[in-house]
Design a protein around this ligand. Structure first.
Ligand SMILES: *Cc1c(COP(=O)(O)O)cnc(C)c1O
Length: 379
């Protein structure tokens, strides 16, 4: 069996490749490279796909979060609640505005933030909550929206890993004040470079974000506020559009791979009993888009041994994320200590993501599951 990568962006359907080549040529010949009609078309298509009133294309998922916080006027003296068990950008952007990230613990069942811990950590300075829909599964939005409403604070959804994921019948990015998406190539909807998107329901807020996107100039060269260069390239927008048309199909394939893994691991007897060698990701009632399929090993040592065994079998795997943010060196001034967020720390020691990308073949899924079963049989 050949190598199984975690993601292979070179596996291009020929029809898609043709459409991408056409998009490239179209933009090249238009001479219009920043914002413009391709970006506007993508914005409209994404707003409709996400069930949001407004969508604003931006330079990255990170900049989507940053401009969202800026648009809400968040800065020095403010606190913003976010999970510790997430990608760095969620909290990095909070700090960059001058506000303080306040980390909450995760739930073992969903890897997402624990609504009870959110409520405990609200203070008079709390201005926003940023739930992350980690790995493509929505956070407990009903509870989070309820808490936010009772305390009159904004919810910014970090939907970077979750475009098209659903909570009950609503889509990621359409539930909070603002939704933030990334088109980084490893996300379910990836560009051929960097890109991001902000969604919101409120026209005034959408206008504010559009102005911040171009250094706060409105009209051009008249700056009422200080923004940044958060613009999206026309070329990236044009290259995303053909993939957006295939997004449902590709996310469905990921979900099929995930279901196959679940079945194969159960059949191999790896998930039963009181201390099973593997814990599978829970299947939520609403649509999970499986940006990652993430297993839990029983402890860091068994995970390290499994990873090594997989590497020796040419199967890629990755740890998203090995160090919870409250323990990162750059946040040491916030005084986070080991033991503060026990579930996040435990998950960081146990999680392992295995290949689940759409273009993976069924035999590859079976092969990965077979090798994992072999590891536990041998050990
Ligand atoms: C990828 C990601 C981001 C940042 O997106 P970029 O486009 O890489 O800047 C933010 N938050 C989460 C949860 C992500 O996974």
């Amino acid at each position: 069996m050949r190598e199984v990568p975690l993601l292979d962006l070179k596996r291009l359907d020929p029809e898609l490749e043709d459409e991408l080549q056409d998009a490239f040529t179209r933009v090249l010949k238009s001479g219009y490279f920043i914002l413009g009609p391709e970006v506007e078309a993508l914005e409209e298509e994404c707003a409709s796909y996400c069930g949001a009133e407004h969508a604003i294309g931006v330079s990255s998922g990170t900049d989507a979060l940053l401009v969202a916080l800026m648009a809400l006027g968040i800065g020095a003296g403010d606190e913003v609640i976010c999970p510790s068990f997430t990608f760095f950008a969620t909290a990095g952007c909070i700090s960059r505005t001058g506000a303080r990230p306040v980390f909450v613990d995760a739930l073992e069942s969903s890897f997402n933030c624990d609504p009870e811990d959110i409520e405990r950590k609200i203070t008079s300075r709390t201005r926003a909550i940023i739930p992350v829909h980690l790995y493509g599964r929505c956070a407990d939005m009903a509870e989070i929206l309820d808490i936010a409403e009772r305390h009159d604070i904004a919810v910014i959804e970090d939907a970077a890993q979750a475009i098209g994921a659903e909570y009950e019948d609503r889509r990621a990015g359409s539930m909070g004040r603002i939704g933030c998406f990334s088109f980084f190539p490893t996300k379910n909807l990836g560009a051929c470079g960097d890109g991001g998107l902000v969604t919101c329901q409120d026209a005034e807020l959408a206008d504010k974000i559009r102005v911040l996107r171009v250094h706060g100039g409105a009209p051009k060269y008249y700056h009422g506020v200080i923004g940044g260069n958060f613009r999206l390239d026309a070329l990236q927008a044009a290259l995303i559009r053909p993939r957006l048309r295939r997004l449902d199909d590709s996310s469905l394939r990921r979900a099929r791979h995930a279901a196959a893994y679940n079945r194969l691991f159960e059949e191999a007897g790896l998930t039963g009993g009181t201390s099973p060698p593997l814990r599978l990701p829970e299947t939520p009632p609403s649509r999970h888009i499986y940006n990652q399929y993430t297993l839990r090993c029983s402890n860091p040592d068994s995970r390290a041994a499994l990873r090594e065994f997989l590497a020796a079998n040419k199967i890629a795997s990755e740890i998203y994320y090995p160090i919870p943010l409250h323990l990162q060196k750059c946040f040491s001034s916030l005084n986070g200590r080991k033991g503060d967020l026990p579930i996040s720390e435990k998950l960081a020691g146990e999680v392992l993501s295995i290949p689940v990308f759409a273009e993976l073949e069924e035999e590859e899924v079976s092969h990965v599951a077979d090798r994992i079963a072999a590891f536990f049989k041998e050990s």
